[in-house]
Ligand binder design. Structure first.
Ligand code: PDD
Length: 283
């Protein structure tokens, strides 16, 4: 059985126990990260740790840990392959259920691994495009915090599954924001457009790399408001995440996007991302 990490120990999952008064369990008073490892090497670790720190600070959870050492060691113990590390930090456990926060609590730190596909090792032609549905965004107003309060995300993902789709895009006031567990990007002509972020969107590490590669390669990149009509009229629509990489969207609700085939801009960006990832193994 794979090892998990819990509060300083690397143990089997069946030995890992958390208090019923843990605030992560009772209130989703906790934050998390999902960090991809390919062939045992982390990808974009700095950005994940920076975002973890921002999430912790936003909730005023003080947790001192050598995060990288913990996740590296866990990945090594679990075979050093293509794995994502799920890392969760809760505010900790008290001795009763109460809304008020006891500032002396010791955070609970948990990590486990899951096998992932090496998103960028497939040839461009073999990557399958996906279908998405568009749903009303029922989440709170601080989606920049990677909080474990994921009920709205889970409910729309279930709707997507029932409709044969692989992701649900979330919209508020006719403005598309992101996917239930991914960021959204659209292409108009030769321009790449991402939704305006502020607090309504998670600052994705993958979409950040896409932005960086666009700028470095002379592709115009803008942040603008995206309405449903604009989404359907886009030349290309993509989603991005650490576990799924960059995927082309070919169908939105009942509408086939453009010609229904993967776009040229997606092919180019996918290859740029794959080259970036190859550099990881050569370093
Ligand atoms: N989700 N937006 C949301 C709401 C997400 O949950 C995620 C990632 C992203 C993409 O972020 P990144 O590129 O840093 O993975 C955007 C992870 C994979 C998850 O919840 O499992």
């Amino acid at each position: 059985m794979d090892k998990v990490y819990l509060n300083g120990e690397y143990i089997s999952a069946d030995q890992a126990k958390v208090s019923v008064f843990d605030r992560g369990f009772l209130f989703a008073d906790s934050v998390y990260e999902v960090i991809p490892y390919y062939h045992g090497k982390s990808f974009q670790m700095d950005l994940h740790l920076q975002r973890l720190q921002q999430s912790l600070s936003a909730l005023n959870i003080i947790a001192e840990h050598d995060w990288e050492q913990v996740t590296d060691q866990l990945v090594a113990l679990n075979g050093a392959g293509n794995l994502s590390v799920y890392l969760q930090v809760t505010r900790g456990a008290g001795d009763k259920r109460t809304h008020s926060i006891d500032t002396d609590m010791r955070p609970t730190v948990f990590a486990c691994t899951n096998p992932i596909e090496n998103s960028y090792s497939a040839s461009v032609d073999s990557v399958a495009g996906i279908k998405v549905i568009v749903c009303e965004d029922l989440r709170w107003h601080r989606c920049d915090i990677k909080s474990n309060s994921l009920l709205p995300n889970i409910l729309v993902m279930e709707q997507a599954r029932l409709q044969g789709a692989q992701e649900a895009l979330l919209q508020r006031n006719d403005t598309l924001l992101e996917g239930a567990s991914s960021n959204l990007l659209i292409v108009e002509g030769a321009t790449l457009i991402a939704p305006i972020s502020e607090h309504a969107i998670l600052a994705g590490t993958t979409s950040n790399l896409v932005r960086q590669l666009a700028v470095e390669n002379g592709i115009q990149y803008l942040q603008q408001s995206i309405s449903y009509r604009r989404l359907l009229a886009a030349d290309e629509v993509w989603i991005s995440s650490s576990t799924r990489g960059l995927l082309p969207v070919l169908k939105i609700d009942q509408h086939v996007l453009g010609s229904g085939a993967k776009g040229v801009m997606w092919r180019r960006m996918y290859q740029l991302l794959a080259a970036q990832q190859r550099m990881l193994f050569e370093s």
